[in-house]
Design a protein around this ligand. Structure first.
Ligand SMILES: Nc1ncnc2c1ncn2[C@@H]1O[C@H](COP(=O)(O)OP(=O)(O)OP(=O)(O)O)[C@@H](O)[C@H]1O
Ligand SMILES: [Mg+2]
Length: 283
């Protein structure tokens, strides 16, 4: 317990150190509106959201079901276009881009992780991670080297030739994270990344996000329904009815690596404790 407290304090103070280039806004959203036509009616998913996120932040987005969290993430991730308002991503006015430019911005600046992993089945971890680099037009040798490095970064170097359906949920989510970071995006976005995972595996994913944020300087935004998962950040944003309800700093973020150290190891099929996979090994 003492160890936990000591380690937590030291990591939290590290987390507050300004990163190079931190405090420059990377997401600037003003008056964002998204409506979906449903027959004669329209659903107002976002009703005027203002949000600024600086480079190097780690942010949780929370709120009841239907409050607009996924809609907001999809707009930020350039997977969907807003009906009104403005959105600047890393200095680029996203609303002025055509579809091709939008796809390019998405590929270069955004890594997206989903609750259901969205990996290609019967395809190896390595092939899944190489895919965005093929779209980016990178040559064969370089893209394999980059994909292997990304898999090593998420602790899956040993599993790169496994098919995605041969991996556990947590491992599949790591492959999805490797695929999201392989292009070295400015921002990592995740929509309920731990929604399908047990509590230990969720904590492992949080350890990875905290390491990508703290050690690699990546800006991280994720949606969660779980209060404790949200507290692994420095800022919690709440949506309600398509509006920003609150935007609250987290004074003492939970440190996933320390929480993991207090959790029992998962049992292997033979009943023996399995050695834990490293949460965030060096590349
Ligand atoms: N493609 C769509 N067509 C029509 N309505 C949609 C569409 N996508 C979302 N909506 C509506 O927009 C509102 C916001 O949905 P959204 O998926 O953003 O909520 P959410 O906060 O992510 O909810 P959950 O926690 O259940 O994932 C909801 O009323 C939803 O029904
Ligand atoms: Mg959602």
């Amino acid at each position: 317990m003492t160890l936990l407290a000591t380690k937590a304090t030291s990591q939290v103070s590290n987390t507050s150190e300004p990163l190079a280039g931190a405090s420059a806004p990377v997401i600037v959203i003003r008056g964002l509106i998204k409506t979906y036509p449903i027959g004669e009616q329209e659903v107002r998913a976002l009703q005027g959201v203002d949000l600024t996120v600086n480079r190097g932040e780690i942010v949780a987005i929370m709120g009841p079901s239907g409050s607009g969290k996924s809609t907001l993430m999809n707009v930020i991730g350039c997977l969907d276009t807003p009906t009104g308002g403005s959105y600047e991503l890393d200095g680029v006015a996203v609303n002025e881009l055509d579809d091709d430019q939008l796809a390019e911005v998405r590929n270069r600046k955004i890594g997206f992780v989903f609750q259901s992993f969205n990996l290609l089945r019967r395809t190896t971890a390595l092939e899944n991670v190489v895919l965005p680099l093929i779209y980016a037009g990178m040559g064969g040798e370089e893209r394999v080297a980059r994909a292997k490095a990304a898999l090593a970064r998420v602790g899956l170097a040993e599993r790169m030739h496994h098919h995605s359906n041969e991996l556990s949920g947590g491992q599949q989510q790591r492959v999805a994270i490797a695929r999201a970071i392989v292009n070295r995006p400015a921002i990592l976005l995740a929509d309920e990344p731990t929604g399908a995972l047990d509590s230990r595996t969720s904590e492992e994913i949080m350890a990875l996000f905290q390491s990508l944020n703290h050690d690699d300087g990546m800006t991280v935004l994720f949606v969660t329904h779980e209060h404790d998962i949200g507290l692994h950040t420095r800022r919690v944003i709440r949506l309600r009815d398509g509006r920003l309800e609150s935007d609250t700093p987290v004074a003492h973020p939970l440190v996933a690596a320390d929480i993991l150290a207090t959790m029992p190891l998962p049992l292997a099929a033979d009943g023996a404790a399995e050695p834990a996979e490293p949460a965030a090994p060096a590349a």
